[in-house]
Design a protein around this ligand. Structure first.
Ligand code: FAD
Length: 314
């Protein structure tokens, strides 16, 4: 079933999760154990992130060597497992960065054959030290362009023109949103205008970047509605589990950690997990009180923190 259908048919707010595939050479058993733990919460869908191949410069005896590597392959395989072994709808993330439009089309065809009809269309990032493969004009530039490609395929328009009996796909397309603005955008208003373009191109719902202060989400929804964005906006949450994340989360995801939360963790780092769980539990309660359609959790290695948040809801 499509994410949008899950949302429309739900008689209570839904809980969904986002997982990352193991590192190259890693063991799938850990991820499977995590999924088994999460299944208990009856998620209607689970997202699996995608990771672009990157150009990495490594120092060797012969000098600096340039290598291309994808750190976390396996999105397709994990999605097939989730969908077919656990009977939960899988939502693979599809990226612009590092993929030609042809590779994207091939990936979408694989998804269709596996019976996966949900995707989250994402641009991907360029990190400073490990530059993703640039594929020039043959890659989609912005998520909006990727959404356009998927929508074209939904209308039976493949890259190769004039295919006989080209079957339309039927993907439900999600896109991202940033309550505290995307770090490259000059301001929130401009960023929301770009989010509207993604929705106009065919995005059917928005999942937000994580935030730790619900006021950012409420304001974002208000501004999106004023901009004419009518689709569901699913809040994305992460439970802070250790003191090091006070810096790594703000550095990586460009979101603010409220002073009350950071001071509580800094003064009692041993209990960072307890503090993080209680913080997110209060966030979820307030979001549910405001009638959010669904809550999406960014889960890393363990279901423990999210499990404790959900168990603690009144
Ligand atoms: P876009 O929507 O394309 O926007 C990127 C920037 O360009 C924004 O600043 C926007 O305002 C601007 N922009 C958009 N359109 C235009 C235009 N026409 N002209 C000028 N500027 C424009 N990363 C991964 O590598 N793998 C993942 O699986 C992954 N999953 C994610 C899931 C979610 C829910 C979120 C919120 C992020 C995820 N990311 C993932 C991170 C994402 O790749 C980065 O945040 C990336 O920098 C932006 O991706 P986007 O799809 O939001 O980009």
């Amino acid at each position: 079933m499509k994410v949008i259908e899950h949302l429309e048919r739900a008689d209570r707010p839904l809980i969904s999760f986002e997982l990352i595939p193991p590192l190259r050479g890693g063991n799938i058993k850990g991820l499977l154990a995590l999924i088994e733990d999460l299944v208990a919460f009856e998620p209607p869908f689970i997202d699996i992130t995608s990771h672009a191949a990157q150009v990495v410069y490594e120092e060797t005896d012969q000098g600096i060597e340039r290598r291309v590597k994808r750190k976390r392959p396996g999105t397709l395989g994990v999605c097939a497992l989730i969908q077919n072994k656990y009977d939960i709808d899988a939502v693979p993330h599809v990226l612009c960065t590092g993929f030609t439009r042809e590779e994207t089309e091939d990936f979408l065809i694989e998804l269709r054959y596996l019976g996966i009809d949900n995707v989250l269309a994402i641009r991907g990032d360029e990190s400073t030290y490990e530059k993703p493969l640039t594929l020039g004009r043959s890659a989609n530039r912005y998520a909006r362009d990727l959404v356009g490609q998927i929508r074209d395929m939904n209308q039976g328009r493949y890259i190769e023109r004039g295919l006989l009996d080209a079957e339309p796909s039927n993907f439900c397309i999600g896109v991202s949103g940033y309550p505290e603005k995307h770090f490259e955008a000059p301001n929130l208003k401009t960023d929301i205008r770009h989010a509207r373009e993604k929705v106009e191109a065919g995005g059917e719902y928005i999942v937000t970047q994580m935030f730790f202060d619900n006021r950012h989400y409420f304001r974002y929804v208000e501004l999106c509605r004023a901009e004419g964005i009518e689709v569901p906006i699913i809040p994305g949450l992460k439970v802070l589990t250790n003191a090091a994340q006070l810096r790594s989360i703000s550095r990586t995801f460009h979101c603010e950690i409220p002073a009350d939360l950071s001071e509580a963790v800094e003064s009692d780092p041993e209990h960072a997990l307890d503090i993080g769980v209680e913080w997110t539990r209060r966030q979820v309660e307030e979001l549910l009180d405001h009638g959010v359609p669904s809550v999406h959790f960014y889960v890393m290695q363990s279901a423990e923190a999210v499990g404790r948040v959900l168990a603690g809801l009144t």
